[in-house]
Design a protein around this ligand. Structure first.
Ligand code: MLT
Length: 267
């Protein structure tokens, strides 16, 4: 599906009808990361998986500065307006989690509940910013393939990389579809993002935290920290999954998500 949002044409995948669930993809992927959710989850919810600005088939717009998390969040609030959705369950993975925090910061009335996957509330350390700067320079020289080479080991569990070449190929293709300039601008946007730790106690909607037991990029301890700081939160650890829990272990991920949504319906 495609439509006008903010100053761009946005592309998204969609299925089902009912209460809306908005999926926000990680870096450097696009909404296709959620295929096993949009295609397989029950039709009684409305599943929406947009490509963020500059990623997938969504236009980048005129500006060529950093892709700030706040800008992505404003686009998503405008996307909900365009879909006439007042409030959605917001499910963000990794960078998608940073965008979910920005949505909570600026548009909390749009958030019915939160699902925060493989993400962290803290901002970047100086070392992390330096790594992003170095990767952006490399992408500038070598293109998006450099991002795939650098990031794949941190995105998938060691066992997934060893035993499931089709998953590795799929993630590589997702990464390589991104324009180099989008990757560079989003790396800067992530480096600039604020620390969201102080937001955690203000989250007064039900929250599900999802971690991968083998996630080398966002360790389970980051999600445990958030589980303690968010008043109404529960943590689900997906065994055997790395950083891309929804794509590496879709059955376990979907089960956790549906249990959470069913409980929401009863509350
Ligand atoms: C992601 O998966 O979105 C990235 O690991 C986020 C990051 O680089 O901080």
């Amino acid at each position: 599906m495609r439509g006008a949002v903010s100053d761009i044409q946005m592309h998204w995948r969609e299925s089902g009808r009912g209460e809306a669930v908005l999926f926000i993809h990680g870096f450097p992927l696009h909404g296709g990361q959620w295929a096993e959710q949009v295609d397989r989850l029950p039709e009684r919810w409305r599943w929406l998986a947009p490509d963020l600005r500059g990623f997938g088939e969504t236009q980048a717009g005129e500006g060529d500065g950093p892709l700030e998390m706040d800008l992505f969040a404003d686009d998503l609030a405008n996307f909900l307006d365009a879909q006439e959705i007042e409030r959605a369950v917001v499910c963000g993975l990794s960078m998608g989690g940073y965008v979910a925090f920005a949505l909570w910061r600026w548009h909390p009335e749009r958030v019915r509940a939160l699902v925060l996957c493989n993400t962290r509330a803290s901002g970047d350390t100086e070392e992390a910013r330096e790594r992003r700067r170095a990767l952006a320079e490399r992408i500038g020289r070598e293109g998006a393939g450099a991002a795939a080479d650098a990031l794949l080991p941190g995105l998938l569990a060691e066992r997934t990389r060893r035993e499931r070449p089709e998953v590795v190929a799929r993630v590589r293709a997702l990464i390589e579809s991104a324009p180099a300039q989008t990757l560079i601008n989003a790396l800067q946007g992530m480096a600039d993002r604020p620390d969201s730790t102080e937001l955690l106690p203000t989250i007064d909607v039900p929250t599900l935290l999802i971690a991968g037991s083998e996630d080398a990029t966002t360790p389970v301890s980051d999600l445990e920290f958030m589980a303690r700081a968010i008043p109404d939160a529960r943590l689900q650890v997906i065994e055997g999954a790395g950083h891309l829990t929804n794509l590496e272990e879709p059955a376990a991920f979907n089960l956790a998500l549906v249990h959470f949504l069913e409980a929401l319906g009863r509350s």
